[in-house]
Design a protein around this ligand. Structure first.
Ligand code: UN1
Length: 494
């Protein structure tokens, strides 16, 4: 059967890339060809931005509660299509079904949260210093937002960007990752099924270097919301700065679980397995460092390593599988390179460390869950984001050293600490410098009603989700009304 051809959706019309080129989409577990998508270029982006620009005039005037009702219906449709979307995601990016269902659930949560914001979008009114005058701060829409999204959360992350942007009255050009175009397309179809006016969200498929670049440079794009690697994010910020766009970046992580000598080790094992090897380690929040009190290191690893070796690799559509493939052969190669780097640096490979090729696995991009011990905090495997199922164990001799090692990377997304000592918990809350901290739980599992994001190389000061997420997509407008009937001068009149 010929592979299906998919199209861009711009201004209510399905269309090929103007240059007629396409790219293939493969299943990373089986190598199967899933379809072809348009390889869009500048002309396609120009068309999408023009439509979004035109749609903005009307959408910004649609009352926010009405916009919220559409998002509410999107939430209902996502519930109805949860299983379908989960399967599409598993097929095109590999993570296991229970995780892709969670991915859709995160989109549902965001839809309902932002639908509610349609009747809030709180601004504020505060007293002013002159009589017969008032002041009001309002959240205003901005214009056209470009949403550039990664493949690891193909539904959730686009909803974190699009739903707050939409509730605030902006219009969108959406460029999803080339590894997960089908999930993105279904999400957009559901937005329209829910009653979104044509032109408000436009989807353009293609490469970062062409379609992405055109978005960064387009004078009519006002906001760029990007999730991806730190290297690409830096480029986005530099390029977008040339036309003074607002840029919100969510980038890499080198997240650690700290296990102190008084921790419940069995609990820590569960948290470690889930945060280091869930999603095949391909979350920005994934744990890739275990910082452990030297006195409990052996006891912890004696429990953890056999459990790692029992993890079942395979096609995520199989409900018995724990760990799916990695996204593509380039990533597989990079993950393996880090194993070589770890060996060369003198770390001890305890388990994994190789491409898995047994049986059916040979068809896909599978890597054995990997653990290194005797890792020094300064080694590259302890400092650089691998984005795969590789965990580095760093032994420490004190609580202070654990915090120091935790904070000492160029990233700052998520941390976790296992201890039963309430004083050490409070000191960790005070001294850990990541954007998210878990106490007695792994490094993943952020909920959408809280700000999501990190410090240092993880972000550029913005947060997604929660109320903070609205700040990216709204402009503050302050209105002073003087009803005294005479000229009153602030700071001058007594
Ligand atoms: C990501 O990896 O980019 O907290 C997002 C978590 C998920 C979201 C991860 N809720 O791990």
């Amino acid at each position: 059967m010929a592979a299906q051809n998919f199209q861009n959706y711009i201004g209510g019309r399905w269309q090929d890339a103007q240059g007629g080129r396409t790219f293939p989409n493969y299943n990373p577990a089986t190598g199967e060809l899933l379809g072809y998508f348009p390889l869009s270029e500048r002309a396609d982006v120009d068309a999408a931005v023009a439509v979004a620009r035109a749609a903005f005039a009307k959408w910004r005037l649609t009352p926010a509660p009405r916009r919220g009702e559409i998002l509410f219906r999107v939430g209902e449709l996502l519930i109805r299509h949860k299983e379908e979307l989960a399967r599409i995601m598993t097929q095109e990016m590999g993570k296991v079904l229970k995780e892709t269902r969670g991915d859709v659930q995160e989109g549902i949560d965001m839809a309902y949260y932002m639908a509610g914001e349609g009747r809030r979008l709180f601004g504020y009114s505060v007293p002013v210093e002159l009589p017969n005058k008032s002041g009001l701060a309002l959240r205003d829409s901005i214009g056209v937002v470009a949403c550039i999204t990664p493949w690891n959360f193909p539904v959730a992350i686009p909803t974190w960007k699009m739903f707050p942007a939409l509730i605030a009255g902006n219009t969108i050009v959406f460029k999803p990752a080339s590894d997960t175009p089908h999930s993105a397309l279904r999400l957009v179809e559901l937005l329209y099924e829910a009653g979104l006016p044509e032109g408000v969200v436009n989807i353009v498929f293609g490469a970062g270097a062409t379609a992405g670049e055109a978005l960064l440079q387009h004078p009519d794009v006002s906001v760029i919301s990007f999730t991806g690697s730190t290297e690409s994010g830096r480029h986005v910020a530099i390029e977008a700065a040339k036309s003074l766009k607002r840029v919100s970046l969510e980038m890499g992580g080198k997240n650690a679980v700290i296990v102190l000598d008084d921790a419940d080790l069995d609990l820590a094992v569960e948290g470690l397995l889930w945060s280091a090897y869930g999603t095949t380690g391909q979350r920005c929040t994934a744990c890739s460092r275990l910082i452990v009190s030297r006195t409990v290191q052996d006891a912890l690893l004696a429990k953890l390593v056999p459990r790692i070796e029992q993890l079942r690799l395979g096609d995520g559509l199989d409900e018995l599988v724990d760990v799916g493939p990695v996204i593509n052969s380039k990533q597989l190669e990079q993950i393996h390179q880090y194993t070589e780097i770890g060996r060369t640096e003198g770390a001890t490979l305890v388990t994994g460390g190789e491409v898995a090729r047994d049986g059916e696995l040979v068809r896909g991009n599978f890597y054995r869950p990997t653990l290194f011990k005797d890792v020094a905090a300064t080694m590259r495997i302890a400092q650089e984001e691998i984005f795969g199922p590789t965990l580095s164990v760093i032994a420490v001799d004190s609580f202070e050293e654990a915090i120091e090692v935790n904070n000492n990377t160029k990233y700052g997304l998520s941390s976790s600490i296992y201890t039963r000592d309430v004083n050490r918990v409070q000191r960790a809350v005070r001294d850990i410098t990541t954007g998210i901290l878990y106490v007695n739980s792994g490094t993943t599992g952020a909920e959408i009603q809280f700000p999501f994001g990190g410090t240092r190389g993880t972000g550029n000061g913005h947060r997604e989700a929660g109320l903070a997420g609205l700040d990216v997509f709204t402009e503050w407008k302050v209105v002073y009304t003087d009803y005294s009937g005479r000229l009153q001068k602030a700071q001058i009149d007594e």
